[in-house]
Ligand binder design. Structure first.
Ligand code: NOJ
Length: 516
């Protein structure tokens, strides 16, 4: 499906804010919207021009807010709808944009829709969720909530047990209780979703990151029903909010882009091989140099071809669901990783704190449905003040315990150290902003990406501009055959690239960009 992509996405560089953990201004130990507003200049100065905020709506926080109880109201812990409006305005004043997190697949059991749908007597919300007709029958392939209502039936869940699945219908009907996508229940759910989107877009947000976007229509192995559903949404957006940006958590760009999403994420699960690069036993970006880039590239190219070489796949530095980069990579290794992350097509996403190499906090007890993810969600480390400048609450009140090591990175320290990760990232962002070939839509051609080999090289191009990017995370000098005349080097990390006729050589632990 063709939809006009909001112009700003061409050069968007996102910063993901996990609102609980970014900046607390009312000393309750939890971050808030006024805190985000107070740090916008920091984000802008880093070079990021767009934000993604994790779910910030009323919720019992059994899954950190991905269990929404009221889609129309900001959770009081973060502020009010007025604060949200102010945040949108402050973001726009700085020439930046903001995506909210839309959770269309499920709600919390505390949502009033669910409470109504549990009633035995038929009502407007009876078909809002996926229910079987009898408590003795459970939906196949999905867990369910059973025995909690007067209504006779089992309700399918989408993720955790307290996240009942909203009903967008079934693509293939196998059972009497499964409803087609055009039945009144699924149609009403879709209308409700549009209404939510309309509400926040009218208030001034610029679009959505969409949670589990590929999961909506059930019995839909090839995603055809879900693609059709998103096309309907895109049509509605094109009519009413043509500039609204949509980024999907789907992990299959060939499908999501057909559905009208502008960009899709490469995820830490699914077929992308993304974690071969950063988070496996021998990550490609480790100096040990025992990793493999080839399967990642193979998969990447498959999606790239299928999505018309639009390069609209976003490669995040991390997110609230996966281990921090610093758990497997050193600061120097992360610099090389960011040279890659910030020179690939699609909008880059920097997870808050990754720009200073924040660590995964080990041995935390799960907080609000975080489980092993909790260690990546600890409060931001700004300076050497109380609670690293995150909050003036007592330490015990902090929503998640911080990294307490004496050498924990902070924004202040990283700003003071000339050769810090923070400064490297800033430099890389500036370069990306100066060169169209490096931005979201510039094409990519891999020129060296061999199995179990280093370095890794690609050419980014846009109109007349061509930039060769060579990345060598291993700690040894490496080279490859490449027939090109020397060009102008615009970026070096860790040592000069040598280009002699037919061969490119690059020192260990380095990266270089050369305009051809
Ligand atoms: C993906 C989100 O990123 C994750 O944090 C959440 O738990 C699940 N979807 C369920 O909404």
């Amino acid at each position: 499906m063709k939809s006009n992509m909001a112009k700003w996405l061409d050069n968007a560089i996102f910063y993901e804010i996990y609102p609980q953990s970014f900046q607390d201004t009312n000393a309750d130990g939890i971050g808030d919207f006024q805190g985000i507003i107070s740090r916008l200049d920091y984000i802008k100065d880093l070079g990021c021009n767009a934000l993604w905020i994790n779910p910030c709506f009323v919720s019992p926080f059994g899954d950190a807010g991905y269990d929404v109880a009221d889609y129309y109201t900001i959770a009081p812990r973060y502020g009010t709808n007025e604060d949200a409006k102010q945040l949108f305005e402050e973001v726009h004043k700085r020439g930046m944009h903001i995506l909210l997190d839309l959770v269309p697949g499920h709600t919390s059991v505390e949502h009033k829709w669910f409470k109504e749908s549990m009633k035995a007597k038929e009502n407007e919300f009876t078909d809002r969720y996926v229910w079987t007709n009898s408590i003795w029958e459970a939906p196949e392939d999905m867990a369910s909530i059973r025995g909690v209502s007067d209504r006779d039936g089992s309700c399918a869940v989408n993720f955790f047990s307290m996240q009942p699945a909203l009903n967008y219908g079934y693509y293939r009907i196998d059972k009497a209780w499964q409803q087609p996508v055009d039945a009144p229940g699924p149609v009403a759910t879709l209308e409700a979703l549009k209404d939510i989107m309309q509400f926040w877009l009218n208030m001034g947000c610029d679009g959505f990151r969409v949670d589990m976007a590929g999961s909506l229509v059930k019995n839909d192995e090839d995603g055809k029903g879900t693609i059709e559903l998103w096309k309907k949404i895109r049509k509605f957006l094109d009519e009413e909010f043509p500039d609204a940006a949509m980024v999907s958590e789907w992990g299959e760009p060939d499908k999501s882009l057909q559905g009208g999403f502008h960009m899709d994420f490469l995820l830490h699960f699914g077929p992308s091989h993304y974690n071969d690069l950063f988070r496996c036993e021998e990550p490609y970006f480790s100096g040990r140099g025992k990793g493999d880039i080839s399967q990642f590239v193979e998969k990447y190219l498959e999606s790239y071809e299928k999505s018309e070489k639009k390069g609209l796949m976003c490669i995040p530095s991390g997110n609230h669901d996966m281990d921090r980069l610093a758990r497997t990579l050193s600061q120097e290794e992360m610099k090389v990783a960011f040279a890659f992350l910030l020179s690939m097509p699609g909008a880059p996403f920097i997870y808050y704190g990754d720009e200073i190499g924040m660590r995964y906090v080990e041995n935390l007890t799960s907080v609000e449905g975080g489980y092993s993810r909790t260690g990546s969600r600890s409060p931001m480390q700004w300076d050497d003040g109380v609670n690293a400048g995150f909050s003036t609450a007592s330490k015990e009140k902090l929503y998640i315990r911080q990294d307490e090591s004496s050498d924990r990175p902070t924004v202040k320290k990283q700003m003071e150290e000339k050769d810090s990760l923070y400064h490297e990232i800033k430099k890389l962002i500036r370069l990306r902003q100066e060169h169209k070939a490096l931005q979201s839509k510039g094409e990519i051609e891999f020129v060296y990406a061999k199995k179990n080999a280093y370095p890794f090289a690609y050419v980014r191009s846009c109109e007349e501009e061509k930039i060769l990017v060579v990345i060598n995370p291993s700690d040894r000098e490496e080279s490859f055959e490449y027939d090109v005349n020397a060009g102008q080097t615009i970026y070096t990390l860790g040592g000069e690239i040598k280009m002699e006729t037919g061969r490119v050589t690059i020192p260990g632990g380095s990266a270089g960009f050369v305009v051809l």
